[in-house]
Design a protein around this ligand. Sequence first.
Ligand SMILES: NC(=O)N[C@H]1NC(=O)NC1=O
Ligand SMILES: [Zn+2]
Ligand SMILES: [Zn+2]
Length: 479
Amino acid sequence: LLYTAPFSKSLGGEGCSLLPHGHFWIASQRVVALGRVGPAAVEVKEGLINAIAVGDYRSFVLRRPLVDYGDAVIMPGLIDVHAHLDEPGREEWEGFSTGTRAAAAGGITTLVDMPLNSFPSTVSEETLKLKVDAARDKLYVDVGFWGGLVPENALNPSKLESLLNAGVLGLKSFMCPSGINDFPMTNSTHIEEGLVTLAKYKRPLLIHAERIPDVSSDEELDGELDPRSYATYLKSRTPAWEESAVRDLNRAMKDTEVGGRSEGAHLHIVHLSDSKTTLDLLKDAKHSGAKVTIETCPHYLAFSAEEVPDGDTRFKCSPPIRDAANKENLWEALLDGHIDMLSSDHSPSTPDLKLMEEGNFMKAWGGISSLQTWSHGKKYGITLNQLASWWSEKPAELAGQKNKGSILPGYHADIVVWKPEAQFHLDDTHAVYHKHRNISAYLGKELSGKVLSTFVRGNLVFAEGKHAGAACGATILAK
Ligand SMILES: NC(=O)N[C@H]1NC(=O)NC1=O
Ligand SMILES: [Zn+2]
Ligand SMILES: [Zn+2]
């Protein structure tokens, strides 16, 4: 099976790049390529990486322009497999233009858009076409699309096949109410049947794995609990929700094993928060040979329940951000390789739906806004190769992008240049490009890591706080 990223017509066209060259070298003392970090130069030619000269590269870099980034890090661009861009239909929440400008500023070179929060949801060939049409001439980075697995198409292989044939990179489903009316939840039968079709296409099913437990172990929620208190929200959505979903996926996971009913299919658990029983169940499934991958998000690694101020609904998401011990376990699981990758789950709404004044956690929109903020690992001693694996290589594999995710000859020249050591306070003077800056959970925080330049297929789309004049990102459709 071959996936291709159709080059946008405007590749190298007027205004696509802040650099007036189609053939050039970039170099630094810290290039993350070929499994190592060190001095190297990368030759970019017609949108692709043409060559990598390692070590003393000066004799190779003749005649062509060279941009020397000194000791900044040159790394594969990030691939964010989980973002809600909300267009068409909810442009007032986010949009292709604002969302991909934020991505470019954050060093993300490819986004995969979720099938819900736009209207209509992406659940058919027709609704995918609406997405692709809405994205035209608005993309600053490359964008692929997940389709929705919903009860209406799950038991109908021909409907699912027409959605897959139209080019979604895989499917996504919810095991609890999604908060979006035209995106109903699926049960385990829908999931098991959907996987049989997906197996033929070798594309993944992404699952929002929270399920309302059959026997509620949640503490009784009576009317006296304060909806402004974060603890109230935590009690309403315990780790038992994640655990119950994963237990319910037992058969589906088994089906993906060699010789199983949907061998070739792949389950991907999005935004894992519970690092205890849920993670243990998933580890067991992987151990028995199920084709399962796990992602978590920066907000589960950066924040803990103890620090969420009462009434500060910017931090409301589902599953919830849990306590500090849970956060430390998530880091450990990531470092030990049990969690495979990271994604943003950028899921904004309009500020009014966040009910910031009222501060009601039980009624506010659940979703974190975070496209430009992703590096929080300094104190854990994470390496640049680990970052490249979690943010580029593994996500490229999940999304079936064989030409993306690594700095290798023949690959797309999707590259971020950044300074991991730069520290800053994310205050009002800092540019935030996604649509609603004031709902970002990171505002007011001390952060480290500054993106200097972002290249998408050789186009310098962001540099020194400026975007390229034209939006030359491509839509990515699976073939
Ligand atoms: N519909 C939607 O974006 N839901 C997302 N928000 C969130 O916090 N978790 C989700 O799954
Ligand atoms: Zn979700
Ligand atoms: Zn999401």
